[in-house]
Design a protein around this ligand. Sequence first.
Ligand code: ADP
Ligand code: MG
Length: 244
Amino acid sequence: MTDIAVEITGLKKAFGDLEVLRGIDLTVERGNVVCIIGPSGSGKSTLLRCVNLLEEPTAGKVVVNDVELTDPDADIDKARTGIGMVFQGFNLFSHLNVLNNLTVAQRKVLGRSAAEATGIARRNLERVGLSDKIGAMPAQLSGGQQQRVAIARALSMDPSVMLFDEPTSALDPELVGDVLTVMRQLADEGMTMLVVTHEMQFAREVADRVLFMDGGVVVEEGPAEQVIGTPTQERTKTFLARVL
Ligand code: ADP
Ligand code: MG
């Protein structure tokens, strides 16, 4: 593998007449954390969803781990197993306990045995600090715990890239910190991460680079300290004045 984990060039996405992404270029180096910020409706989620082809781009190229996903002949299912995704909603299987949430895709998609999948699940629950919840049902957990289970579930598939779409936006304020701590720890361990977030402090401390999006384009990008601390574009300044 090269040291480029994600390479996006000339990415466009339209829904009917609505042009949501209007030419995005983005390179994520392996082991880096890139945070995407910007107002609601600017295309952040759509961009993230194009990275694993949950949305099919209208134009442009998406390459993840040296596989061009926009190539019609690409094995999308195989490529997707290397890309973990955590959404704003917790998206756990509500009828399965925590252990089974973590093992079902390992067994069905990766063909792991029950014993192997369980061992990997236990390790990842430990990573997110929830070993004691292994038998719990999702409804018995707080939102923050559910989100950490969702992260552990994604990690159990051995992803080489993790996508986070506002993972703390639906949480009560007092539960945000635990989820950010887990994400920070992942970043420290060298995970490649693409994170859509409104947590400016997290972006500032953890991101190698920050992208500010507005109206389907990247308006400004650079080191976190530069984009959040000393933005040069008016649109970035206006946005930051509202959220900081
Ligand atoms: P953000 O995550 O920055 O808030 P989104 O990527 O969710 O922005 O949405 C960007 C724009 O695309 C919005 O105007 C939204 O309504 C529109 N959009 C997103 N998904 C769809 C869809 N499946 N069909 C039609 N319009 C969509
Ligand atoms: Mg969004």
